[in-house]
Design a protein around this ligand. Structure first.
Ligand code: NI
Length: 133
């Protein structure tokens, strides 16, 4: 896509914040930081508008917990339209890490994530979402 240049006027304090963001996220320059901020904002807006997003849900759990696998499988079948793939990794004797790749309306993805996170025995759950373009 063609790149357009424009001038930005900022208070010194805000510019310091921008430069700190550049350093913290290791952006190559301020333009990249501004790009990041705009896209982040657009994605957050999309969540509100309930547009299509893609993401990943990471779950950590103890597979010995009673019925946990049964409950997780059953829920994923209920929401199969949203799920693109899932990967299961055995972290050690007890703990598992599951990554579920999802795509669909943000509100639906959040609902699925909330339901999965609510299953007894899930130690940690995190949903990351991003705009699809
Ligand atoms: Ni496992």
């Amino acid at each position: 896509m063609p790149v357009k240049r424009f001038g930005v006027s900022l208070e010194e304090e805000l510019l310091d914040s921008l430069d700190k963001l550049v350093i913290d996220h290791q952006f190559p320059n301020r333009s990249q930081a501004i790009r990041f901020l705009i896209k982040k904002n657009v994605v957050e807006e999309r969540w509100k508008w309930d547009m299509e997003v893609a993401g990943a849900l990471v779950l950590i759990y103890d597979h010995h917990k009673r019925d946990i696998l049964k409950k997780m499988t059953s829920l994923q079948h209920d929401y199969h339209c949203l799920i693109l793939s899932s990967q299961h990794i055995h972290l050690d004797h007890d703990m598992c890490l599951e990554t579920i790749t999802v795509r669909g309306k943000a509100s639906k993805l959040m609902k699925l994530a909330d339901k999965l996170k609510a299953i007894k025995g899930i130690k940690h759950g995190e949903l990351v979402m991003s705009g699809t373009h």
